[in-house]
Ligand binder design. Structure first.
Ligand code: ATP
Ligand code: MG
Length: 579
């Protein structure tokens, strides 16, 4: 492609709303154009990147025995009601929801479990036709609460979504493993450094799921890792062994009510009681749970130095969502002002869930269910009872990995940020049962398909690659997904020697089927190099003054200071070796 006629329009300044480097650089390089919040058009250079990522996916999918299909993007509400997910997605506010001329409700597909289950169960009748593994690469639509970071969290974005159908769990496990291996190859071929972590299954559901995560400081998710034990999990999902409370093993003292005027938060309490350790406080929080047909309030008890993991809480309650009750709701339901709730003599009709972190607290401090008062020396079993402890706590760095030993310092978790680029799930019969999708098994019985689902954020992969690979001058594309492999720059096309050498190299590279962008523009060398640095094509051949003596310069984008001189005949072999 000649740059003089290519649709490449770099901007002098990045957009004001770009918070992360990939957004800034993709916009400044003219790879994306924002149409509305989280909705972008992709220009030809980015289309080339997306096509290359897609081609790697197609290649690995077909090696793993999966076939490409293309499903309808507009989906009827009825199939979402069959699977039972309509309410969840409406509650999450994620659906782009429409009505047709006959007032039938539809949505733009945020994911395709329902559509694929319909398709496969229509055609597949017998166990002899299994397994089936189909995928597609297509735009998905999610009305994200906070669309941001350019391609990272769009409202319309490209996803590869795949679905496996097996006759039994063993088959599903085989399909899952094959996809896990294929995904590892895909992300490695895309030039990404990634980790595989345990994940929450979220609104997709199912028994087990893992995420592929590109580590990057700008990632929206936190992951907890123990290298020694090879444990890695999304913080939403992570379990851990927490340090013991400092009150453990004390002798119980008599409960006492203490006046604590205006002392509400954990920090205020600790200060008021003269450096009270927060691990002696029983934090009492009122939550509101939203179900399909009702709202319910409940109380969680957790140690003062720990936080509630709302994903675990929501999963435990099997509700659509949870959120902290407002000040007014706390007052109305318990008669107590926020900051003074406690488990002793709490309003009777409330469900109380105790996190395992409070187990072992002796002589604890809690709100006294009376404005401006707290109890001290509260003891579990004596002053209030807990029927069972559950894990609704947020694991954090410094905790011991759940499979580790608290005495061993190398079993501690560390936190890192990352970008979820892929997510694989064992679904089991969740969708097939709900949607009555069956086949006839070898014993003549009708059985539900045992499914898996596998997603890759194709457009997010492009952004993640830039988060991981850039410098202060611009993007540095990994070779396998770069818009072009080679940037051929003719410094002065008006100089005959330079123009001739550059034209010749361009023809040679094209003849070898090497992706080349040829900067043949009549602009200053400064502009050419600024653009080239920004666009980030990995290999660069510079045709300049040396052309008259039959030489050019070669440099890799990732190390601009290492320019080497090459004879013309050395150019192709040098490039071929790197490809
Ligand atoms: P997230 O937790 O980031 O919202 P998710 O878990 O809801 O993502 P999945 O349903 O697992 O997403 O979708 C499969 C893949 O699609 C994700 O792993 C991610 O790479 C990509 N993806 C999801 N949402 C978006 C989005 N809004 N913009 C770009 N890519 C996305
Ligand atoms: Mg996910």
């Amino acid at each position: 492609m000649k740059q003089s006629i290519a649709f490449i329009h770099t901007l002098r300044n990045p957009p004001a709303d770009a918070e992360v480097v990939s957004h800034r650089l993709l916009a400044q390089a003219g790879f994306i154009h924002k149409l509305a919040a989280g909705i972008y058009s992709y220009t030809p250079p980015l289309k080339r990147v997306l096509d290359k990522i897609s081609q790697i996916i197609r290649d690995e999918m077909s090696k793993a025995g999966a076939e490409e299909a293309m499903l309808a993007m507009v989906q009827p509400k009825t199939i979402w009601e069959e699977s039972g997910r309509w309410d969840q997605y409406v509650n999450d506010g994620l659906l782009f929801h429409l009505e047709d001329r006959k007032s039938a409700e539809l949505c733009l597909g945020p994911t395709h479990e329902e559509v694929m289950t319909k398709l496969v169960s229509h055609f597949v009748e017998s166990y002899k036709q299994l397994p089936v593994n189909l995928y597609q690469i297509q735009d998905k639509f999610r009305d994200e609460i906070r669309p941001r970071f350019g391609l990272m969290r769009g409202r319309e974005f490209i996803m590869k979504d795949g679905y496996s159908f097996d006759a039994d769990e063993e088959g599903m496990n085989r399909s899952y493993l094959a996809m896990k291996e294929a995904y590892s190859k895909i992300f490695a071929r895309c030039g990404l450094l990634f980790i595989l972590v345990e994940a929450d299954s979220g609104a997709i559901g199912g028994s087990c799921s893992q995420e592929f995560v590109v580590t990057a400081s700008t990632g929206e998710d936190v992951f907890l890792i123990c290298d020694e034990l090879e444990y890695a999990a999304n913080q939403e999902r992570a379990e851990s062994i927490i340090p013991n409370t400092s009150s453990r093993g004390e002798s119980p003292l008599a409960i006492q009510k203490v006046s604590t005027p205006n002392v509400r938060s954990i920090e205020e309490l600790c200060a008021f009681f003269d450096c009270l350790n927060p691990d002696r406080i029983i934090k009492t929080l009122l939550y509101k749970a939203i179900y399909k047909d009702r709202e319910e309030f409940l109380v969680t008890l957790i140690r003062g130095d720990r936080e509630v993991n709302e994903v675990k809480l929501k999963n435990h309650l099997n509700c659509l969502s949870v959120s902290l009750a407002s000040d007014v709701e706390v007052k109305n339901l318990t008669g107590v002002e926020i900051g003074f709730l406690g488990p002793v003599k709490l309003a009777k009709n409330l469900l109380v869930l105790a996190d395992s972190s409070i187990d072992g607290i002796c002589n604890g401090t809690t709100g006294a269910n009376e404005k401006d008062f707290h109890f001290v020396n509260v003891n579990i079993g004596r002053d209030f009872s807990v029927s069972n402890y559950i894990d609704i706590g947020l694991a954090k760095a410094g905790d011991t990995a759940i499979n580790g030993n608290a005495e061993n310092a190398s079993h501690k978790l560390r936190a890192t940020r990352g970008i979820e680029v892929g997510h694989i799930f064992k679904l089991g019969e969740k969708y097939s049962k709900a949607m009555n999708a069956t086949f006839v098994d070898s014993d003549g019985q009708a059985k539900s398909f045992v499914m898996g689902t596998y997603g890759i954020g194709v457009s997010r992969v492009a952004a993640a690659a830039i988060e991981q690979s850039h410098d202060d001058k611009g993007m540095i594309w990994p070779l396998a997904i770069a818009p072009w492999a080679v940037h051929l720059i003719c410094i002065n096309p008006k100089n005959d020697a330079q123009a001739q050498v550059a034209d010749k190299l361009y023809r040679l590279l094209l003849a070898e089927n090497i992706d080349v962008l040829y900067d043949d523009r009549s602009v200053s060398a400064g502009i050419k190099f600024n653009d080239a640095d920004l666009i980030g094509i990995p290999l660069r051949v510079i045709v300049g003054k040396l052309a008259s003596s039959g030489k050019v310069e070669f440099v890799e984008r990732k190390c601009l200071s290492k320019r080497v001189e090459l004879e013309l005949e050395e150019v192709l072999p040098t490039i071929s070796k790197l490809l």
